[in-house]
Design a protein around this ligand. Structure first.
Ligand SMILES: Cc1ncc(COP(=O)(O)O)c(C=O)c1O
Length: 436
């Protein structure tokens, strides 16, 4: 009789690979459990979201839309996706929502497929000014072979120069005018630029990957009512769901909506990670209850941390505008292209504070930039508030200004974080820890 696979003695090497992965997964969990996760694009999922993400849906397939499937066995998933579409339409006040995208980048690739012909023209924020790589030739824009022109940038205000950008849009006459960035401190002044785009016959797209939860919670801007035809976004940054994306539109036009649905399937997805879609739907239900409070507290914490860092002696960008109106804070740590941001991120990690280096306006080298980008959305989600923001600013000072040994500061970081282990702003009656 042939032996059942799994019953024979595995080779040591294969087992070691698997064990190493398990150990590294555990260690990575501990890093965030006892550290300060401050990367602006991350978040933590709620216990109920975790339950559906780690479910049988993980291995299942669905293609098409609820009620119009290419596979059998989708009746229960149809229920899930239908609730999700309805909740997304409600929460984003969007006549159209597609919740299938597996990431913000996938949403962008799909949206660009629907909004501009291959080889067409697009305007967007440059990556040097904070635009995302999917807005660039190296990313989704290049995949569609789009001819990219970037907006003139107002460094002081950290947003497109409105008059110059309107002029540029009228000159270029793009098929798609794309707004939104990865370094996103202030709402984009959309109105005039969207009007200029519409006059030129362009579709207006807003990439809300970072700020989607703040938008849904009514605390940033309302792009779908400020001229955007389409809004894309990630479901796991300030919107606190599992990794995935959204595609939303203000359009009531059924043929345009069909085009958007087609851009996801068959455009860029076959099956689309059903466990994550189910997680997104639970996160939408939680957001409906707690989203406004979460978004408000997140922005308040970002403002508090920015002020506290400035008071501790850090060079925090955009002081004249109150530092930030989002979940992000940007700090300068040395001369342009000096790599001071990379160095700071490195030392902070040794103290258990997880951030990312970031190019600031004028930096030209992505791997040796002068700045850091910080986000408070996850710290807010585990219940930290303005008092903790003051404490965190002091921890930054000890590491980066006082030059204290990072391992010593790590101890204080661990002590602080130990008290913030439970996910808030979600259905969590049993107070289950958010960190596995
Ligand atoms: C503006 C912007 N768009 C898109 C993305 C990509 O999102 P995802 O990582 O979900 O693909 C990001 C990622 O941080 C982003 O900053």
């Amino acid at each position: 009789m042939t032996q059942i696979p799994g019953a024979w003695e595995p080779s040591r090497q294969s087992l070691e690979y698997a064990d190493k992965v398990l150990k590294a997964t555990h260690d990575s969990g501990s890093l965030y459990r006892f550290g300060l996760p401050m990367i602006a694009s991350e978040n933590i999922i709620s216990p109920r979201v975790a339950q559906v993400v780690n479910s049988d849906l993980h291995g299942r397939y669905a293609e098409g839309l609820p009620g119009k499937r290419y596979y059998q066995g989708c009746t229960d998933f149809d229920t899930i996706e239908s609730i999700g579409i309805q909740l997304a339409q409600e929460i984003f006040e969007a006549p159209f929502a597609n919740i299938q995208s597996t990431s913000g980048t996938v949403s962008n690739i799909g949206a660009l497929k629907a909004l501009a012909p291959s080889g067409g023209k697009i305007t967007a924020v440059s990556t040097a000014d904070g635009g995302h790589i999917s807005h660039a030739r190296m990313g989704a824009v290049g995949l569609r072979n789009l001819d990219l022109t970037t907006y003139p940038w107002d460094e002081e205000r950290m947003e497109p120069d409105i008059d110059a950008s309107c002029k540029l849009i009228r000159e270029v006459q793009p098929h798609c005018a794309l707004f939104g960035q990865s370094v996103f401190l202030f709402p984009t002044p959309m109105k005039e630029m969207a009007d200029a785009a519409k006059e030129s016959g362009a579709n207006v797209m807003y990439d809300g990957a970072h700020v989607l939860g703040l938008i849904a919670g009514g605390q940033f801007q309302d792009p779908l009512r400020e001229g955007a035809d389409v809004m894309t976004g990630s479901s796991h940054k300030t919107f606190p769901g599992p990794q995935g994306g959204f595609l939303l539109s203000s359009s009531e036009d059924e043929s345009f909506q069909r085009k958007l649905n087609n851009s996801m399937f068959p455009g860029v997805c076959s099956s689309y990670h059903l466990h994550h879609v189910a997680g997104k739907v639970v996160a939408l239900a939680e957001f409906k209850e707690y989203g406004v409070a979460y978004a408000k507290d997140t922005v308040a914490n970002a403002k508090a941390l920015a002020s506290a860092l400035s008071a501790e002696g850090f060079d925090v960008l955009a002081e004249s505008r109150g530092f930030t109106a989002s979940h992000q804070i940007v700090t300068r740590h040395g001369e342009l292209d000096s790599g001071a941001g990379a160095k700071a991120a490195n030392v902070l990690e040794k103290a258990g504070i997880i951030t990312n280096m970031n190019m600031l306006p004028g930096d030209t080298k992505a791997l040796s930039p002068s700045g850091l980008r910080l986000g408070v959305q996850e710290l807010t989600r585990v219940g930290m508030s303005i008092d903790e923001m003051q404490d965190i600013a002091k921890l930054y000072r000890r590491v980066l200004i006082d030059g204290e040994e990072p391992s010593q500061v790590r101890h204080a970081v661990r002590q602080l974080k130990s008290e913030f282990q439970t996910v808030r702003y979600c259905f969590n009656e049993k107070e289950i820890s958010g960190y596995p």
